[in-house]
Ligand binder design. Structure first.
Ligand code: HEM
Length: 248
């Protein structure tokens, strides 16, 4: 019997999804205004979040409900380590620490793992289905916006064990629909997914300040450049060499 959990989650987080998509940081990202300082901090934050989530999902892999949604091919920790090594260098582990919002997100994951592990379904859904959906677009934007060398800096978006994200998403949704969950728990899972979106928004909002400063610097550099070198700061084609880059 299907609980329709997949549809309920999609419908029940629609508003949160549009709020997240409209966050300043995400809007800038989508327009190609991506710079390494903010981006590598986002990856550092994700490292702490995914490590917490994946440690808990591993520890609970025989749980009667969570075992049905245990897909190791989704794990992001090792791809994040690859990207962190690229952006922060071989000593990345000494260089990064969780921001306040990141710590709050990690705390919540660890708290529900102890108090009510079923709610981890919501955390898994919010991050992984998101990564599998918008991920390919975000990868393209990150590569162009930061002028990355081929095959470096975007391992996070590559699910090497998931050849067709679309088919996998169907499998994941089917697993959601068949979780042995009492109907009374479904609303709680949806509430937790909305909380997970909020926690993600918190990460984006924290980075907004950095990004605004970086954009200010780029515009300043542009305006103070000799007139003959001056080109439009916002190139309509993300791939053009006129893209703004912060001067490190
Ligand atoms: C950069 C901005 C974003 C874009 C362009 C984007 C795009 C999309 C698209 C096109 C889908 C639909 C895929 C489909 O129907 O198969 C989707 C689904 C989804 N996105 Fe996003 N997204 C963005 C941001 C986010 C964020 C910040 C989160 C949460 C952290 C998120 C979480 C999700 C989830 C959970 C789904 C699955 C919805 C469902 O079918 O149940 N997205 N996204």
């Amino acid at each position: 019997m299907s609980s329709m959990l997949a549809t309920r989650l999609r419908e029940g987080t629609k508003q949160s999804h549009s709020l997240a998509e409209n966050a300043g940081f995400i809007q800038c990202f989508l327009k190609g205004a991506v710079e390494k300082t903010s981006y590598r901090q986002l990856l550092a934050n994700f490292y702490f979040v995914y490590t917490a989530l994946e440690d808990e999902l591993d520890a609970l892999q025989t749980h009667p409900v969570l075992s049905q949604l245990y897909f190791p091919e989704l794990k992001r920790q090792s791809s994040l380590i690859q990207d962190l090594t690229y952006y922060w260098g071989p000593h990345w582990q000494d260089a990064i620490s969780p921001s306040a919002a990141t710590q709050g997100y990690v705390d919540r994951i660890q708290e529900v793992a102890i108090a009510d592990p079923i709610l981890l379904v919501a955390h898994s859904y919010t991050r992984y289905l998101g990564d599998l959906s918008g991920g390919q677009l975000l990868k393209k934007i990150a590569r162009r916006g930061m002028n990355l060398p081929p095959d470096q800096g975007t391992a996070f978006y590559d699910f090497i064990d998931i050849p067709t994200p679309k088919a996998f998403k169907a499998t994941y949704r089917q697993a959601l629909d068949h979780l042995p969950l009492e109907t009374s728990r479904i609303d709680q899972v949806i509430d937790e997914a909305n909380l997970a979106f909020k926690l993600n928004m918190g990460l984006f909002q924290e980075l907004e300040g950095n990004l605004i400063r970086a954009i200010g610097q780029m515009i300043f550099n542009h305006l103070t450049r000799p007139r003959r070198d001056r080109q439009s700061p916002w190139s309509p084609d993300l791939g053009e060499s006129t893209k703004l880059q912060p001067q490190d």
